[in-house]
Design a protein around this ligand. Structure first.
Ligand SMILES: [Zn+2]
Length: 331
């Protein structure tokens, strides 16, 4: 079976490919996904099936001329649109370029497929240009729009599409999959932690479990274990002198959130299952202090992600200083 490497995609694929097989697929499909759940492989396979000209089955035949062209990345009736390198949006010209082509006859005599990747990055003008095409779609032309589940796509585009949420597997299934992907050196608690930190998206968790990355997280947690009792947040400054500093902020927020859960005795919701001693340590602080720290760090993350041109060092230093103040006060 195609998509064999990602067993959780099998059922979703069957659901959508059935429509293609019976020639009643919606001409505009919107796929929302959790990043790192195999979304690109999934869409690629659907595209392949739409382009295949000889398969009577759910799966593309992989042998016909059309499949061969697709597999060699040279299919003339297939277009991918996404933000160009270094750009944060998909512009109207990119949509217009395609619109002029898709009203012509397909070159291979089959379907034409347009995949708009990270669709929410379309500017309003680009989205409106696409809307016109979606309202009067050319024959045998299929659009697949894809983006993360929390992205903001214009409601007018949304309403023209058949929406599909690509599900992530259950935690137990993801753990089994990670084990089969050469992660045997990790305990179940570590695998669960990596998954829960990754919205249960297996490929994202696998990236986090890459030895160097996982070691960085471990070192960060070890540092907290040492520095939190001394209320010495300044010592953490070096840790954030790294291109992945946002990720570390997210790790810290997840730990604080776990400490609150531990205090409220809802331990089964804990994310960092491999860091129980650290969570217990953080949970010795009052609810008020943990919440204040959590909001402080979360706010810093949001600022750093949404406001361009901020002085990163200044924000981090400020947050570290504030963290010491919060921890010092009596309550
Ligand atoms: Zn084929």
């Amino acid at each position: 079976m195609i998509l064999n490497d990602y067993p959780w995609l099998s059922l979703p694929y069957q659901q959508l490919a059935t429509g293609i097989m019976h020639k009643r697929a919606h001409h505009a499909l919107l796929i929302n996904y959790v990043q790192g759940s195999g979304e690109d492989e999934f869409v690629s396979t659907l595209v392949n099936r739409l382009l295949c000209q000889s398969s009577p089955q759910l799966e593309p035949c992989l042998k016909c001329h059309s499949c061969q062209l697709f597999l060699s990345h040279h299919h003339p009736d297939y277009y991918v649109i996404t933000n160009e390198q270094g750009k944060q949006s998909i512009g109207i010209d990119q949509i217009r370029n395609i619109s002029s082509k898709i009203y012509e006859k397909s070159q291979q005599g089959g379907n034409k497929v347009i995949w708009i990747k990270r669709a929410a990055l379309m500017t309003e003008a680009a989205a409106n240009a696409l809307l016109k095409t979606l309202e009067e779609p050319p024959e045998n032309t299929y659009f697949i729009l894809s983006d993360e589940h929390n992205s903001q796509l214009l409601p007018t585009i949304h309403s023209r599409c058949f929406s599909y949420f690509l599900p992530v597997p259950k935690l137990e299934q993801s753990i089994e999959w990670l084990k089969s992907e050469q992660n045997q050196q990790y305990s179940d608690n570590e695998l669960a932690s990596a998954l829960l930190l990754s919205e249960n998206a297996p490929l994202k968790a696998a990236a986090l479990l890459a030895p160097e990355k996982w070691q960085q997280r471990k070192a960060f947690c070890d540092q907290l274990l040492e520095l939190v009792p001394q209320n010495n947040y300044w010592q953490l400054a070096k840790t954030f002198d790294n291109e992945d500093f946002i990720e570390r902020i997210v790790w810290f927020c997840a730990l604080l959130s776990d400490a609150l859960k531990a205090k409220q005795k809802v331990g089964h919701f804990i994310v960092n299952r491999d860091q129980v001693p650290l969570i217990r340590l953080l949970a010795t602080k009052s609810n008020e202090k943990i919440s204040a720290l959590y909001h402080l760090w979360l706010q810093a993350r949001n600022q750093l992600l949404t406001i361009t041109g901020l002085n990163k060092e200044l924000i981090i230093y400020n947050v570290l200083a504030q963290s010491e103040l919060i921890s010092e006060t009596k309550s």
